[in-house]
Design a protein around this ligand. Structure first.
Ligand SMILES: [Zn+2]
Ligand SMILES: [Zn+2]
Length: 264
């Protein structure tokens, strides 16, 4: 599923909405929207982007010539923007993004479980094969059993590490790109970086695996919230933003007061 499901493209209705918001000219081709798109447009009208460029303007992909929603990144391999892009995976020859993240996560999770089961269930046979005198004869049964066991065990360790890494990301609502980009960043004034989408652990898992807990380990997207372009910010992030805005307002007032005092 993670191979065949499209990770997510920037929808036309979103491109139109953001271009209008930013006061840009909307080309006629972007305006051809169907009823479903209009419905999404109306629902989305209340929201706004969280991520902005340093000058405060919206994010824009120069390669696709299209607006970039929050958490969207341009994949150089696929040569297009991908919603909530995590990374481009050469093993599945596809990007991992908003629409196939759950399939990808379950794929690596079940992969680890199968490899561990193979290693555990064939451990006795592996010991017997190692004790056998023909274990070093290429092509012998003992050689094949021992090499298969080693392959499964080593691969389960490597994939297990990767799966653990993705579980940590999932619990904190990070994508791999966000982790790399935001690592070590601060929100100014020596404050630690506050990730906008890191809410409670349960909400973070629900964002990735769906709001119906019974379906968390079933490869289906039923119960997954959102539309791939808008994400709920955390209370901590909103408080931090309000604090920064207040601080900025106080700074501007002070500056204005000083300027006026100097001119009198
Ligand atoms: Zn792009
Ligand atoms: Zn890609």
């Amino acid at each position: 599923m993670s191979v065949f499901v499209d990770p997510g493209r920037v929808p036309e209705w979103y491109a139109r909405l953001e271009m209008e918001r930013q006061g840009m000219h909307v080309p006629s081709k972007v305006m051809m929207l169907d009823d479903v798109d209009y419905k999404m447009l109306a629902e989305d009208a209340k929201g706004g982007s969280i991520e902005k460029k340093l000058d405060g303007s919206g994010r824009w992909c120069r390669k696709c010539v299209k607006v970039k929603p929050d958490r969207t990144h341009h994949c150089r391999v696929c040569n297009r923007c991908v919603l909530k892009m995590d990374h481009h995976c050469p093993w599945i020859n596809n990007c991992v993004g908003y629409y196939n993240y759950k399939y990808f996560y379950l794929f690596i999770s079940y992969g680890v479980l199968i490899l561990l089961w193979v290693s555990a269930s064939s451990f006795v046979n592996f010991l017997r094969s190692v004790a056998s005198p023909d274990v070093l004869d290429f092509g012998s049964d003992s050689f094949l059993i021992a090499s298969c066991w080693l392959y499964a065990s080593l691969f389960s360790v490597a994939l297990g590490g990767f799966q653990t890494f993705h579980t940590c990301l999932l619990l904190k609502n990070f994508t791999t790109i966000e982790l790399v980009e935001k690592k070590g960043q601060t929100n100014g004034n020596h404050h630690c970086y506050v990730h906008p989408y890191d809410r409670t652990v349960v909400q973070n898992v629900e964002d990735a695996l769906g709001s119906i807990h019974a379906l968390w380990f079933i490869p289906t997207r039923i119960g997954i919230r959102g539309n791939g372009v808008r994400y709920m910010p955390s209370e901590e992030y909103l408080a931090e933003t309000r604090w920064r805005e207040r601080k900025l307002a106080v700074g501007t007032t002070k500056e204005y007061g000083t300027g006026r005092g100097a001119s009198l």
